[in-house]
Design a protein. Structure first.
Length: 276
C-alpha cells in the first residue's frame, strides 16, 4: 500500500511511504541540482582523448570541496570515488581508473553532490572526440527518451506513464531499455521512494502528486537489454557487449507539471545538441 506524507514528518526511508516536499525542499533541490550541473559542465572541457577517468573523478572531488559540497558516492557502501564513469558497453556504475579515454569512446559521468543536506543527482553522456554514427544515434535516442519521460511527469499521471513514454520511444527506435536499474526518490536521502521504472504500462504504478521528487535516468542499449555485474561488485555491462548510454535528471512534481533541478547552466546537458 502506498502512503503519501509531508516530507518534514519523515526523517528516514520507509517502504511504501512517499514524501511530498514543500517550498523548502524544492529550494534545497534547486541549489543541489544546480551545483551538480555546474560540476558536470566543468568536466566537458576535460573529457577528451588521453584524459583518464581517474582524472575526471579528481576534478569532480576538487570542485565539490571548493564549493562546500560532498560527493554522495564517496564511501557509499564502500565505493571510493566521487563519480561513476561508464564507458561504451558499461551500462552504469563504472569505476574511475588511470586508463586514458580514447577517440570514439562514449562515457556517462554520474555525479551526486550533497548541498546543505540535499542530494542533487544527475548524469550525462560525453562523446570523446569524434564518435561513430551508431554511438551518436544511441546518445540521441537516450536523450529523447529522457525528454519524453519528463514530459509524462505531471500530476494525475503515474510512474507507469513515465516508463511507457520512455519504452515506447526507445523500442520504436530499435534500441532496448535496461530493466535492472531504475530511477528513485531523492531529496534529503540519496535513494528514497518511489522507484521509477523506465518501462511500463500506462496508468499503472504510483500516482504522481505535487511535491514528489525523484530521478528519471533511462539506460538504453543498442542491443539487448540484459546486463551483468562484474567481479568488482559495481560495474554493470551489457551481456552482448553492445553500446549503452544513460542520462539523468532530478525533478520535482509541481501543480501543473514538473521542475527539472539539474538543468545545465551552460546548456551542455545534451552534448550533441551543444556541439551543433
Amino acid at each position: 500500500m502506498i502512503t503519501y506524507v509531508d516530507a518534514q514528518s519523515k526523517s528516514r526511508r520507509t517502504p511504501g511511504v512517499i514524501p511530498l516536499h514543500g517550498a523548502e525542499g524544492f529550494e534545497g533541490m534547486r541549489k543541489a541540482g544546480r551545483l551538480t550541473a555546474e560540476a558536470l559542465d566543468m568536466l566537458v572541457e576535460y573529457a577528451q582523448p588521453g584524459v583518464s577517468t581517474g582524472r575526471l573523478d579528481k576534478l569532480a572531488y576538487e570542485f565539490a570541496q571548493d564549493h562546500g559540497a560532498i560527493p554522495a558516492t564517496l564511501f557509499y557502501k564502500g565505493y571510493r570515488h566521487s563519480v561513476c564513469t561508464s564507458i561504451n558497453h558499461v551500462v552504469c556504475h563504472g569505476i574511475p581508473d588511470d586508463r586514458p579515454l580514447r577517440e570514439g569512446d562514449i562515457v556517462n559521468i554520474d555525479l551526486t553532490l550533497v548541498v546543505d543536506g540535499w542530494y542533487g543527482d544527475s548524469s550525462r553522456m560525453y562523446p570523446i572526440g569524434e564518435i561513430s554514427r551508431k554511438a551518436e544515434r544511441l546518445v540521441e535516442v537516450t536523450y529523447e527518451s529522457l525528454a519524453r519521460g519528463i514530459a509524462a511527469a505531471k500530476p494525475g499521471n503515474t510512474t507507469g506513464d513515465i516508463g511507457t513514454a520512455i519504452q515506447s520511444y526507445a523500442e520504436g527506435e530499435r534500441t532496448s531499455v535496461v530493466r535492472d536499474f531504475v530511477g528513485h526518490g531523492v531529496g534529503r536521502l540519496f535513494h528514497d521512494e518511489p522507484n521509477i521504472m523506465h518501462f511500463g504500462t500506462p496508468g499503472t504504478g504510483v500516482e504522481l502528486k505535487p511535491g514528489m521528487i525523484f530521478t528519471i535516468e533511462p539506460m538504453i542499449n543498442l542491443g539487448r537489454p540484459h546486463v551483468k555485474i562484474l567481479a568488482d561488485g559495481w560495474t554493470a555491462v551489457t551481456r552482448d557487449r553492445t553500446l549503452s548510454a544513460q542520462c539523468e535528471h532530478s525533478i520535482g512534481i509541481t501543480e501543473d507539471g514538473c521542475e527539472v533541478f539539474t538543468l545545465s547552466p551552460a546548456g551542455l546537458f545534451n552534448p550533441l545538441a551543444a556541439r551543433a
